[in-house]
Design a protein around this ligand. Structure first.
Ligand SMILES: [Zn+2]
Ligand SMILES: [Zn+2]
Length: 421
Protein backbone atom coordinates (compact mmCIF):
# COMPACT_ATOMS: atom_id res chain seq x y z
CA UNK A 1 0.00 0.00 0.00
CA UNK A 2 1.59 3.28 -1.11
CA UNK A 3 0.17 5.68 1.45
CA UNK A 4 1.85 8.78 0.01
CA UNK A 5 0.22 8.07 -3.35
CA UNK A 6 -3.12 7.89 -1.56
CA UNK A 7 -2.48 11.33 -0.04
CA UNK A 8 -2.47 12.84 -3.53
CA UNK A 9 -6.23 12.18 -3.67
CA UNK A 10 -8.50 10.05 -5.83
CA UNK A 11 -11.04 10.91 -8.53
CA UNK A 12 -13.60 8.33 -7.59
CA UNK A 13 -16.31 6.40 -9.37
CA UNK A 14 -18.71 7.68 -6.71
CA UNK A 15 -18.42 11.03 -8.52
CA UNK A 16 -16.51 12.70 -5.71
CA UNK A 17 -12.90 13.72 -5.54
CA UNK A 18 -11.49 12.29 -2.32
CA UNK A 19 -8.75 14.27 -0.62
CA UNK A 20 -6.75 14.31 2.60
CA UNK A 21 -4.72 17.25 3.93
CA UNK A 22 -1.87 15.21 5.45
CA UNK A 23 1.35 15.91 3.53
CA UNK A 24 3.70 13.15 4.70
CA UNK A 25 3.38 9.71 6.22
CA UNK A 26 6.52 7.76 7.11
CA UNK A 27 6.09 4.31 8.64
CA UNK A 28 9.53 2.72 8.66
CA UNK A 29 12.64 2.15 10.71
CA UNK A 30 14.12 5.52 11.76
CA UNK A 31 11.10 7.40 10.37
CA UNK A 32 11.80 10.22 12.84
CA UNK A 33 14.94 11.27 10.91
CA UNK A 34 12.66 12.82 8.25
CA UNK A 35 11.74 15.57 10.74
CA UNK A 36 14.92 17.48 9.90
CA UNK A 37 13.81 17.96 6.28
CA UNK A 38 10.09 18.41 6.76
CA UNK A 39 10.57 20.94 9.57
CA UNK A 40 12.90 23.09 7.45
CA UNK A 41 10.68 26.17 7.45
CA UNK A 42 9.93 26.10 11.20
CA UNK A 43 12.26 27.58 13.79
CA UNK A 44 10.56 27.21 17.18
CA UNK A 45 8.96 23.91 18.02
CA UNK A 46 6.79 22.87 20.94
CA UNK A 47 7.25 19.20 21.74
CA UNK A 48 4.31 17.68 23.66
CA UNK A 49 4.67 14.28 25.32
CA UNK A 50 4.12 12.44 28.58
CA UNK A 51 6.95 10.86 30.55
CA UNK A 52 6.41 7.45 28.97
CA UNK A 53 6.09 8.62 25.38
CA UNK A 54 9.06 10.95 25.86
CA UNK A 55 11.09 7.97 26.99
CA UNK A 56 9.93 6.04 23.94
CA UNK A 57 10.78 8.60 21.26
CA UNK A 58 11.45 12.05 22.79
CA UNK A 59 15.22 12.02 22.57
CA UNK A 60 15.16 10.69 19.00
CA UNK A 61 12.81 13.53 18.10
CA UNK A 62 15.01 16.17 19.73
CA UNK A 63 18.09 14.73 17.97
CA UNK A 64 16.35 14.97 14.60
CA UNK A 65 15.54 18.64 15.22
CA UNK A 66 19.08 19.91 15.80
CA UNK A 67 19.43 23.64 15.23
CA UNK A 68 15.80 24.40 16.15
CA UNK A 69 14.58 26.05 19.30
CA UNK A 70 12.71 23.35 21.17
CA UNK A 71 10.25 24.02 23.97
CA UNK A 72 8.75 21.08 25.82
CA UNK A 73 5.55 20.22 27.67
CA UNK A 74 6.05 16.81 29.24
CA UNK A 75 3.15 15.58 31.33
CA UNK A 76 4.01 13.61 34.43
CA UNK A 77 3.52 9.89 33.99
CA UNK A 78 2.19 9.30 37.52
CA UNK A 79 -1.41 9.22 36.38
CA UNK A 80 -2.98 8.52 33.00
CA UNK A 81 -3.09 11.80 31.08
CA UNK A 82 -6.62 13.07 30.51
CA UNK A 83 -7.22 15.39 27.51
CA UNK A 84 -9.12 17.93 29.60
CA UNK A 85 -9.12 21.70 30.22
CA UNK A 86 -6.00 21.54 32.44
CA UNK A 87 -3.99 19.65 29.82
CA UNK A 88 -5.13 22.06 27.10
CA UNK A 89 -4.04 25.11 29.07
CA UNK A 90 -0.66 23.55 29.89
CA UNK A 91 -0.02 23.32 26.13
CA UNK A 92 -1.48 26.73 25.30
CA UNK A 93 0.60 28.40 28.04
CA UNK A 94 3.77 27.17 26.33
CA UNK A 95 2.92 28.40 22.84
CA UNK A 96 4.62 31.80 22.95
CA UNK A 97 6.81 32.16 19.84
CA UNK A 98 6.08 28.61 18.70
CA UNK A 99 5.43 28.00 14.98
CA UNK A 100 4.67 24.27 15.03
CA UNK A 101 3.59 21.66 17.59
CA UNK A 102 5.08 18.17 17.49
CA UNK A 103 3.22 15.59 19.55
CA UNK A 104 5.21 12.56 20.63
CA UNK A 105 2.74 9.90 21.72
CA UNK A 106 -0.42 8.09 20.76
CA UNK A 107 -4.14 8.61 21.50
CA UNK A 108 -4.30 11.30 24.20
CA UNK A 109 -1.22 13.27 23.12
CA UNK A 110 -2.40 13.46 19.52
CA UNK A 111 -5.98 14.42 20.54
CA UNK A 112 -4.53 17.20 22.68
CA UNK A 113 -2.17 18.49 19.94
CA UNK A 114 -4.92 18.26 17.34
CA UNK A 115 -7.30 20.24 19.54
CA UNK A 116 -4.81 22.98 20.43
CA UNK A 117 -3.58 23.16 16.84
CA UNK A 118 -7.14 23.82 15.68
CA UNK A 119 -7.87 26.35 18.45
CA UNK A 120 -4.66 28.30 17.86
CA UNK A 121 -4.43 27.81 14.08
CA UNK A 122 -0.93 26.34 14.40
CA UNK A 123 0.25 23.33 12.37
CA UNK A 124 1.19 20.09 14.11
CA UNK A 125 2.94 16.81 13.39
CA UNK A 126 2.78 13.57 15.26
CA UNK A 127 5.57 11.18 16.18
CA UNK A 128 3.65 7.98 16.92
CA UNK A 129 4.69 5.80 19.83
CA UNK A 130 2.08 3.01 19.61
CA UNK A 131 -0.09 1.41 16.90
CA UNK A 132 -3.05 1.67 19.26
CA UNK A 133 -5.91 3.36 17.35
CA UNK A 134 -6.87 4.85 14.00
CA UNK A 135 -6.99 8.48 15.11
CA UNK A 136 -3.56 9.55 13.84
CA UNK A 137 -4.94 10.44 10.43
CA UNK A 138 -8.42 11.52 11.54
CA UNK A 139 -9.61 15.05 12.23
CA UNK A 140 -11.68 14.17 15.32
CA UNK A 141 -10.19 15.21 18.68
CA UNK A 142 -11.69 13.12 21.49
CA UNK A 143 -11.53 15.35 24.57
CA UNK A 144 -12.88 15.18 28.12
CA UNK A 145 -14.43 18.59 28.78
CA UNK A 146 -16.48 19.36 31.91
CA UNK A 147 -15.93 15.74 32.83
CA UNK A 148 -17.62 14.53 29.64
CA UNK A 149 -16.25 13.00 26.47
CA UNK A 150 -16.74 15.32 23.50
CA UNK A 151 -15.36 14.77 20.01
CA UNK A 152 -14.40 18.02 18.26
CA UNK A 153 -13.68 18.50 14.61
CA UNK A 154 -10.05 19.63 14.51
CA UNK A 155 -7.16 19.70 12.03
CA UNK A 156 -5.17 16.91 10.44
CA UNK A 157 -1.44 16.69 11.12
CA UNK A 158 0.98 17.84 8.41
CA UNK A 159 2.95 14.66 8.95
CA UNK A 160 2.75 11.32 10.74
CA UNK A 161 6.11 9.75 11.59
CA UNK A 162 5.99 6.21 12.90
CA UNK A 163 9.31 4.59 13.72
CA UNK A 164 8.66 0.84 13.58
CA UNK A 165 11.26 0.13 16.27
CA UNK A 166 9.52 2.55 18.65
CA UNK A 167 6.08 1.10 17.83
CA UNK A 168 7.28 -2.46 18.39
CA UNK A 169 8.36 -1.54 21.94
CA UNK A 170 4.92 -0.12 22.86
CA UNK A 171 3.01 -1.84 25.69
CA UNK A 172 1.45 -5.03 24.28
CA UNK A 173 -2.04 -3.95 25.41
CA UNK A 174 -1.76 -0.89 23.13
CA UNK A 175 -0.68 -3.03 20.18
CA UNK A 176 -3.63 -5.38 20.80
CA UNK A 177 -5.91 -2.33 20.97
CA UNK A 178 -4.80 -1.25 17.49
CA UNK A 179 -5.58 -4.73 16.17
CA UNK A 180 -8.97 -4.56 17.93
CA UNK A 181 -9.79 -1.15 16.42
CA UNK A 182 -9.18 -2.68 12.96
CA UNK A 183 -11.33 -5.79 13.68
CA UNK A 184 -14.13 -3.32 14.55
CA UNK A 185 -14.18 -2.17 10.91
CA UNK A 186 -16.09 -5.35 9.97
CA UNK A 187 -19.00 -3.96 11.94
CA UNK A 188 -18.50 -0.30 10.89
CA UNK A 189 -18.48 -1.21 7.19
CA UNK A 190 -21.53 -3.42 7.61
CA UNK A 191 -23.44 -0.57 9.29
CA UNK A 192 -22.46 1.80 6.48
CA UNK A 193 -23.84 -0.54 3.81
CA UNK A 194 -26.97 -1.09 5.90
CA UNK A 195 -27.54 2.65 6.25
CA UNK A 196 -27.12 3.17 2.53
CA UNK A 197 -29.81 0.53 1.96
CA UNK A 198 -32.26 1.73 4.63
CA UNK A 199 -31.74 5.50 4.81
CA UNK A 200 -30.16 6.21 1.40
CA UNK A 201 -26.98 7.53 3.04
CA UNK A 202 -23.99 8.24 0.75
CA UNK A 203 -21.80 5.18 0.19
CA UNK A 204 -18.51 4.77 -1.68
CA UNK A 205 -17.46 1.30 -2.83
CA UNK A 206 -13.82 2.39 -3.23
CA UNK A 207 -13.53 3.57 0.39
CA UNK A 208 -15.35 0.43 1.52
CA UNK A 209 -12.96 -1.81 -0.43
CA UNK A 210 -9.77 -0.07 0.74
CA UNK A 211 -10.95 -0.23 4.37
CA UNK A 212 -11.89 -3.90 4.00
CA UNK A 213 -8.45 -4.62 2.52
CA UNK A 214 -6.89 -3.20 5.72
CA UNK A 215 -8.84 -5.65 7.87
CA UNK A 216 -7.75 -8.56 5.69
CA UNK A 217 -4.09 -7.51 5.86
CA UNK A 218 -4.26 -7.07 9.63
CA UNK A 219 -5.91 -10.42 10.25
CA UNK A 220 -2.85 -12.26 8.99
CA UNK A 221 -0.66 -10.45 11.49
CA UNK A 222 -1.94 -11.71 14.80
CA UNK A 223 1.00 -13.98 15.49
CA UNK A 224 3.60 -11.42 14.42
CA UNK A 225 1.90 -8.74 16.52
CA UNK A 226 2.20 -10.79 19.70
CA UNK A 227 5.87 -11.39 18.92
CA UNK A 228 6.36 -7.65 18.24
CA UNK A 229 7.63 -8.51 14.77
CA UNK A 230 8.64 -5.19 13.14
CA UNK A 231 7.09 -6.00 9.76
CA UNK A 232 3.74 -7.01 11.35
CA UNK A 233 3.70 -3.86 13.47
CA UNK A 234 4.47 -1.78 10.36
CA UNK A 235 1.51 -3.31 8.47
CA UNK A 236 -0.78 -2.78 11.47
CA UNK A 237 0.24 0.88 11.69
CA UNK A 238 -0.25 1.29 7.93
CA UNK A 239 -3.75 -0.15 8.26
CA UNK A 240 -4.57 2.29 11.10
CA UNK A 241 -3.30 5.27 9.11
CA UNK A 242 -5.01 4.20 5.86
CA UNK A 243 -8.33 3.84 7.69
CA UNK A 244 -7.84 7.39 8.99
CA UNK A 245 -7.24 8.60 5.44
CA UNK A 246 -10.44 6.81 4.36
CA UNK A 247 -12.32 8.87 6.97
CA UNK A 248 -10.97 12.03 5.33
CA UNK A 249 -11.98 10.65 1.95
CA UNK A 250 -15.51 9.95 3.20
CA UNK A 251 -15.75 13.31 4.97
CA UNK A 252 -16.70 11.57 8.24
CA UNK A 253 -15.69 8.63 10.41
CA UNK A 254 -18.44 6.51 8.78
CA UNK A 255 -16.18 3.83 7.21
CA UNK A 256 -14.39 3.29 10.53
CA UNK A 257 -17.02 3.77 13.21
CA UNK A 258 -20.45 2.20 13.61
CA UNK A 259 -22.42 0.34 16.26
CA UNK A 260 -19.26 -1.25 17.74
CA UNK A 261 -17.80 2.22 18.38
CA UNK A 262 -21.12 3.44 19.79
CA UNK A 263 -21.02 0.57 22.31
CA UNK A 264 -17.42 1.40 23.20
CA UNK A 265 -18.39 5.06 23.71
CA UNK A 266 -21.21 3.92 26.01
CA UNK A 267 -18.73 2.02 28.19
CA UNK A 268 -16.33 4.96 28.22
CA UNK A 269 -18.96 7.62 28.96
CA UNK A 270 -20.73 5.62 31.68
CA UNK A 271 -17.30 4.76 33.08
CA UNK A 272 -16.49 8.48 33.34
CA UNK A 273 -19.91 9.26 34.88
CA UNK A 274 -19.82 6.41 37.41
CA UNK A 275 -16.06 6.59 37.97
CA UNK A 276 -15.65 2.93 37.02
CA UNK A 277 -12.98 1.26 34.90
CA UNK A 278 -13.38 0.57 31.21
CA UNK A 279 -11.08 -1.07 28.67
CA UNK A 280 -8.90 1.03 26.38
CA UNK A 281 -10.62 2.21 23.20
CA UNK A 282 -9.50 -0.45 20.70
CA UNK A 283 -10.07 -3.28 23.16
CA UNK A 284 -13.61 -2.12 23.99
CA UNK A 285 -14.23 -1.81 20.23
CA UNK A 286 -12.93 -5.34 19.65
CA UNK A 287 -15.18 -6.90 22.30
CA UNK A 288 -18.14 -4.75 21.21
CA UNK A 289 -17.73 -6.08 17.67
CA UNK A 290 -18.64 -9.53 19.00
CA UNK A 291 -21.78 -8.03 20.57
CA UNK A 292 -22.86 -6.31 17.33
CA UNK A 293 -22.26 -9.57 15.41
CA UNK A 294 -24.59 -11.30 17.92
CA UNK A 295 -27.22 -8.58 17.33
CA UNK A 296 -27.06 -9.18 13.56
CA UNK A 297 -27.41 -12.94 14.14
CA UNK A 298 -30.42 -12.34 16.38
CA UNK A 299 -32.13 -10.14 13.77
CA UNK A 300 -31.47 -12.71 11.03
CA UNK A 301 -33.18 -15.42 13.09
CA UNK A 302 -36.44 -13.46 13.37
CA UNK A 303 -39.14 -12.67 10.84
CA UNK A 304 -39.29 -8.94 10.11
CA UNK A 305 -42.14 -7.34 12.10
CA UNK A 306 -44.97 -5.40 10.48
CA UNK A 307 -44.77 -2.77 13.21
CA UNK A 308 -41.93 -0.60 14.41
CA UNK A 309 -41.36 -0.12 18.17
CA UNK A 310 -42.14 3.50 19.13
CA UNK A 311 -40.81 4.68 22.45
CA UNK A 312 -42.80 6.60 25.05
CA UNK A 313 -40.60 9.68 25.21
CA UNK A 314 -41.29 10.51 28.87
CA UNK A 315 -40.37 6.99 29.91
CA UNK A 316 -37.34 6.95 27.64
CA UNK A 317 -36.15 10.28 28.98
CA UNK A 318 -36.25 8.89 32.55
CA UNK A 319 -34.31 5.79 31.50
CA UNK A 320 -31.68 7.84 29.68
CA UNK A 321 -31.27 10.15 32.68
CA UNK A 322 -30.57 7.13 34.87
CA UNK A 323 -27.84 5.99 32.48
CA UNK A 324 -26.36 9.27 31.26
CA UNK A 325 -27.24 11.92 33.89
CA UNK A 326 -26.84 15.37 32.38
CA UNK A 327 -25.93 13.99 28.96
CA UNK A 328 -29.46 12.54 28.54
CA UNK A 329 -31.17 15.76 27.43
CA UNK A 330 -28.61 16.26 24.68
CA UNK A 331 -29.21 12.70 23.41
CA UNK A 332 -32.97 13.26 23.22
CA UNK A 333 -32.58 16.59 21.43
CA UNK A 334 -30.16 15.00 18.95
CA UNK A 335 -32.48 12.08 18.20
CA UNK A 336 -35.49 14.39 17.82
CA UNK A 337 -33.52 16.39 15.28
CA UNK A 338 -32.49 13.28 13.35
CA UNK A 339 -36.00 11.85 13.67
CA UNK A 340 -34.98 8.39 14.86
CA UNK A 341 -37.61 8.13 17.64
CA UNK A 342 -40.54 9.08 15.42
CA UNK A 343 -39.35 7.26 12.28
CA UNK A 344 -41.51 4.32 11.33
CA UNK A 345 -39.21 2.14 9.26
CA UNK A 346 -41.32 -1.05 9.31
CA UNK A 347 -42.39 -0.61 5.68
CA UNK A 348 -38.87 0.00 4.40
CA UNK A 349 -37.51 -2.93 6.40
CA UNK A 350 -40.13 -5.22 4.84
CA UNK A 351 -39.66 -3.80 1.36
CA UNK A 352 -35.86 -4.26 1.55
CA UNK A 353 -35.83 -7.41 3.65
CA UNK A 354 -33.89 -9.49 1.12
CA UNK A 355 -31.16 -6.86 0.70
CA UNK A 356 -30.96 -6.20 4.46
CA UNK A 357 -30.65 -9.91 5.23
CA UNK A 358 -27.90 -10.18 2.65
CA UNK A 359 -25.95 -7.26 4.14
CA UNK A 360 -26.29 -8.52 7.73
CA UNK A 361 -25.16 -11.99 6.61
CA UNK A 362 -21.91 -10.54 5.22
CA UNK A 363 -20.70 -9.85 8.77
CA UNK A 364 -18.45 -12.60 10.12
CA UNK A 365 -20.19 -14.63 12.84
CA UNK A 366 -19.75 -13.66 16.50
CA UNK A 367 -17.90 -16.96 16.95
CA UNK A 368 -15.49 -16.05 14.13
CA UNK A 369 -14.84 -12.61 15.64
CA UNK A 370 -14.14 -14.21 19.02
CA UNK A 371 -11.58 -16.43 17.28
CA UNK A 372 -9.97 -13.40 15.63
CA UNK A 373 -9.66 -11.80 19.06
CA UNK A 374 -8.29 -14.90 20.70
CA UNK A 375 -5.46 -14.86 18.14
CA UNK A 376 -4.06 -11.87 20.05
CA UNK A 377 -5.12 -13.31 23.41
CA UNK A 378 -8.17 -11.10 23.84
CA UNK A 379 -10.63 -13.23 25.77
CA UNK A 380 -14.32 -12.34 25.47
CA UNK A 381 -14.94 -13.71 28.97
CA UNK A 382 -12.91 -10.80 30.34
CA UNK A 383 -15.43 -8.45 28.78
CA UNK A 384 -18.48 -10.34 30.12
CA UNK A 385 -16.92 -10.51 33.56
CA UNK A 386 -15.92 -6.88 33.65
CA UNK A 387 -19.17 -5.24 32.55
CA UNK A 388 -21.75 -7.92 33.42
CA UNK A 389 -24.93 -8.84 31.57
CA UNK A 390 -27.02 -5.87 32.75
CA UNK A 391 -24.57 -3.21 31.62
CA UNK A 392 -24.03 -4.89 28.25
CA UNK A 393 -27.82 -4.94 27.70
CA UNK A 394 -27.99 -1.24 28.63
CA UNK A 395 -25.24 -0.53 26.10
CA UNK A 396 -27.16 -2.32 23.33
CA UNK A 397 -30.24 -0.31 24.20
CA UNK A 398 -28.82 3.16 24.85
CA UNK A 399 -25.51 3.50 22.95
CA UNK A 400 -27.44 4.40 19.79
CA UNK A 401 -28.91 7.51 21.48
CA UNK A 402 -25.46 9.10 21.80
CA UNK A 403 -24.96 9.50 18.05
CA UNK A 404 -26.80 10.77 15.01
CA UNK A 405 -25.47 7.81 13.02
CA UNK A 406 -27.78 5.02 11.86
CA UNK A 407 -26.60 1.48 12.66
CA UNK A 408 -27.83 -2.03 13.35
CA UNK A 409 -28.60 -0.86 16.91
CA UNK A 410 -31.60 1.02 15.47
CA UNK A 411 -32.85 -2.09 13.65
CA UNK A 412 -32.58 -3.97 16.93
CA UNK A 413 -34.56 -1.22 18.70
CA UNK A 414 -37.23 -1.05 15.98
CA UNK A 415 -37.70 -4.80 16.07
CA UNK A 416 -37.44 -5.60 19.76
CA UNK A 417 -37.74 -2.27 21.64
CA UNK A 418 -36.82 -2.63 25.30
CA UNK A 419 -37.31 -6.35 25.41
CA UNK A 420 -34.34 -8.58 25.67
CA UNK A 421 -34.75 -11.36 23.10
ZN1 LIG B 1 -15.66 7.45 -3.77
ZN1 LIG C 1 -11.63 3.46 16.93
Amino acid sequence: MDINKLLAGVDCECNRRHTCDIKYVFIEQDAIKHLSTICGEYSTILLVADENTYLAAGQKTVDALQGKIIKKVIFSGEKILVPNEAAVSAVIDALDGVDIIIGVGSGVIQDLCKYVSFQRKLPYMIVATAPSMDGYASNGAAMIMNGMKVTYIATLPIAILADTEVLARAPIEMIKAGYGDIIGKFSALNDWKLSCCVTGEYFCQYIYDVTKEQIDRTLNLADGILKRNAESIKILMEALVVVGIMMSFAGSSRPASGSEHHLSHFFEITGIIDNTDYFSHGIDVAYSTVITAEIREKILKHSFPTNNYQPDLTELSQQLKKVYNSVADGCIELQKKVGNYSANRAAIYLEKEVAIREILSEMPSSQRIKEMLSLVELDMDQFYMHYGEEKIQEAILYAKDLKDRYSVLWVNYSFFGNTKV
